[in-house]
Design a protein around this ligand. Structure first.
Ligand code: LLP
Length: 368
């Protein structure tokens, strides 16, 4: 398992997962440095992303990461040249775009031809041939990631079938694939979604793989990698926020809270639904509120039309904020990011301090 660092990259989370034996899926040198700082093993790191820079390649090669998930022919040539310069060989997998509809939000759907990710499956054979001939490259795997927040595993299994077919074609050419990486993407329950049970998905996936290996490879196994993010951390986190003002109106009632779109971007960006619950439930009359932040944007809302019994000063928990919450946060309106707290049973640990305004402009300079 290569946990997708972008979903929640706090060092304490990475450290915990690393101790549990997890590897990591990274998309930048920054994420690699986080993994290393958290004590993660670089030999269990895979590097995804369409825009790896030379510096990022060098850093990853110098730490001996397991694999680069290459997303274009140009990247392949660049990586080979960088590796040769360093007198190293880069292990690679091609991110294949299987042209499967993940049936999720268009912004988080990545496996269709119209998406910028991966190489078209029709071109993969040719690019693998190129890879096999490059001096700085060692072909080790194949990967895909078709999208995020998938509730059904059918598209993932369809993608698997396509990868299996391609591995057979490659094998016939003498290009041996040692690992198959099916990506992440399993969804979670935000509102009332019923995501496929992980165990059921894995059973179906491994049944296919076992049958295939038995039939075509005398049962010789293949290593299977996963890149889950949201399904690991999404529902492990809440965003705590306090009601500053209640502003009832003729059209709408607004509960203005001290968290905003800069803390949790998902509603503004994807019209995402997050549960809202008062930490201490009140008995009073419940009315319909839009829960909004103080940022100067109409898009700054966290939840709409929620029936809640509220008073100013109440603490609210915004649910399912563990994935793509803190990692997508910003300092818009010069708002310091929230503190992060890890709760272990009934013990809580501060794992990131609240940012101070001074820290936010410490790198800036006034002209002399
Ligand atoms: N592997 C690759 C190559 C990815 O691009 C992603 C997510 C993952 C793994 C992890 O996917 P997961 O298991 O978390 O679905 N900001 C959006 C989600 C963007 C996902 C980007 N890629 C959101 O808040 O819904």
């Amino acid at each position: 398992m290569c946990y997708s660092v972008k979903s929640n990259s706090n060092l304490a989370v990475l450290h915990l997962l690393s101790q549990l034996g997890s590897g990591f899926d990274i998309v930048s040198s920054g994420e690699l440095l986080r993994v290393l700082a958290a004590g993660g093993n670089p030999e269990k790191v895979i590097f995804s992303g369409v825009g790896k820079t030379r510096d990022e390649m060098q850093l990853a090669l110098s730490h001996g990461i397991a694999c680069f998930n290459v997303e274009s022919t140009s990247e392949l040539h660049r990586l080979s040249a960088v590796a040769v310069d360093m007198q190293l060989t880069a292990s690679i997998s091609l991110r294949v775009n299987p042209n499967v509809d993940a049936k999720t939000h268009p912004y988080i759907s990545t496996g269709l031809k119209e998406n910028k990710f991966g190489v078209a499956i029709e071109d993969a054979l040719m690019i693998y041939r190129t890879a096999a001939g490059l001096p700085g490259i060692r072909v080790v795997g194949i990967d895909c990631h078709i999208g995020s927040q998938l509730l059904d595993d059918a598209p993932l299994l369809e993608a698997l079938d396509k990868l299996i077919e391609l591995i057979d074609v490659l094998a016939a050419e003498g290009i041996v694939i040692h690992h198959l990486d099916i990506g992440g993407g399993l969804g979670i329950d935000y509102e009332a979604e019923v995501p496929v049970a992980v165990g059921d998905y894995l059973t179906r996936l491994f049944r296919k793989i076992d049958l295939w290996r038995a039939e075509k490879y005398q049962g010789v196994p293949i290593k299977v990698l996963f890149e889950p993010g949201r399904s690991i951390v999404g529902n492990a986190g809440v965003l705590l926020t306090r009601v500053e003002y209640l502003k009832p109106g003729s059209e709408k009632n607004f509960a203005i809270v001290d968290a905003a779109m800069n803390d949790l971007m998902r509603p503004a960006m994807y019209q995402a639904w997050h549960g809202v619950q008062a930490v201490v439930q009140r008995g009073g009359e419940a009315i319909v509120w839009d829960v909004v932040g103080p940022v100067c944007e109409s898009g700054d809302w966290l939840a709409r039309a929620r029936t809640l019994s509220l008073e100013e000063g109440d603490l609210l928990a915004i649910h399912s904020a563990g994935a793509y919450g803190m990692t997508m946060s910003s300092n818009y309106n010069t708002r310091g990011r929230a503190a992060e707290v890890m709760v272990d049973g009934n013990v809580s640990h501060l794992i990131r301090q609240r940012e101070t305004p001074e820290q936010l402009f410490a790198l800036e300079k006034i002209l002399p």
